[in-house]
Design a protein around this ligand. Structure first.
Ligand code: NAP
Length: 297
């Protein structure tokens, strides 16, 4: 029997573990892939208070080492369901706790167009930091208008010969600072009011078809397409145990209670107005301290 089982080893989950371990609780973190969550894809994090600049990978590794030094138990297993009695069932076993914190984050949104899945690793990427080097001195496109897309385009512009930035509007959701920096890059071409609607190629991506909002279409030859159009939650497995909103996020306020006693949610997996590293770690700390307080009452 654990005090707290945390599902997900991203910043929210590992921060919850940090707080629970420092309170001498018996903690199990369950993670399907590897620690760090989405932040490991961030080339640079420059808006985390007190840290001027750090790579997402280094940030996640520091946090991971911090909890491991406190004796955190992490099992790399895929959670299949959470039951009423706070039993957590994975592909390898079943574990019970007094409280469960869901910190499963979100995953990259897909364009959902033909060949997108087939070309992953053969021209399609969702992570510029991971894959940019495969496209050294080549031509790539980035699609999206948020911080991720703009940062990716800036990063790629230093490695690739040419970068197209394709966005469905002519205004950007990204912070102005990034957009201004992007505009200084001579090898970036903006393709605005347009969507990627088709992928061409045999064994790998060779060109993309973009469709402008006025219905005109154009083919652009590229070696790679970086898709950076935001995230989606992956909470389907929890829908029978906690309430989800219509987009699939777990319903909770800033106090991180779900509608089920003893089950809490932290980070990008929940309904919230700002999905950032700062808000993820805030949720993790609140979830652990609230869970501890309530299990002791
Ligand atoms: P985001 O802010 O949700 O932006 C997604 C972008 O993709 C938007 O421009 C959106 O267009 C576009 N989009 C969404 N669905 C689309 C579709 N089906 N087809 C074409 N375009 C589509 O996502 P994000 O950039 O990944 O950022 C996620 C969160 O992480 C944000 O809070 C962001 O600030 C944060 N972040 C922070 C940093 C940093 O601070 N260093 C770095 C990366 C991310 P519309 O604008 O038209 O809706």
């Amino acid at each position: 029997m654990y005090d707290i089982i945390i599902v997900g080893a991203g910043p929210a989950g590992l921060t919850a573990a940090l707080y629970a371990l420092r309170a001498n609780k018996k903690v199990l973190v369950l993670e399907a892939k590897s620690y760090g969550g989405q932040i490991i894809n961030a080339n640079k994090v420059e808006n985390y208070p007190g840290i001027k600049s750090i790579s997402g990978f280094d940030y996640a590794t520091n946090l991971y080492n911090q909890v491991k030094e406190l004796g955190c138990e992490i099992k790399y297993e895929t959670v299949e369901r959470v039951e009423e009695n706070k039993n957590v069932v994975t592909n390898k076993g079943s574990y019970n706790a007094k409280a469960v914190i869901l910190a499963t984050g979100a995953e990259n949104r897909k364009l959902n167009i033909d060949k997108e899945r087939d070309f992953v690793g053969r021209g399609i990427s969702y992570c510029a930091t991971c894959d940019a080097n495969f496209y050294k001195n080549k031509t790539v496109a980035v699609t999206g208008g948020g911080n991720t897309a703009i940062e990716d385009a800036i990063y790629l512009s230093d490695i690739c010969d040419k970068v197209y930035l394709i966005h469905r509007r002519d205004e950007f959701r990204a912070e102005k600072k990034y957009v201004e920096e992007l505009k200084t890059k001579s090898n970036i071409e903006f393709v605005l009011n347009a969507n990627v609607v088709n992928l061409n190629g045999n064994s790998k991506l060779e060109s993309i078809i973009i469709k402008y909002n006025d219905d005109n279409e154009k083919e652009i030859k590229v070696d790679g397409l970086f898709i950076a159009i935001g995230q989606e939650p992956k909470n389907e497995i929890f829908k029978n145990i906690v309430e989800l909103d219509k987009l699939g996020y777990i319903v909770a306020l800033d106090d991180v209670h779900t509608n089920k006693k003893g089950i809490y949610v932290a980070g990008d997996a929940r309904v919230k107005s700002l999905r950032q590293l700062t808000t993820a770690v805030a949720d993790g700390s609140i979830a652990a301290t609230t869970a501890i307080k309530e299990m002791e009452n």
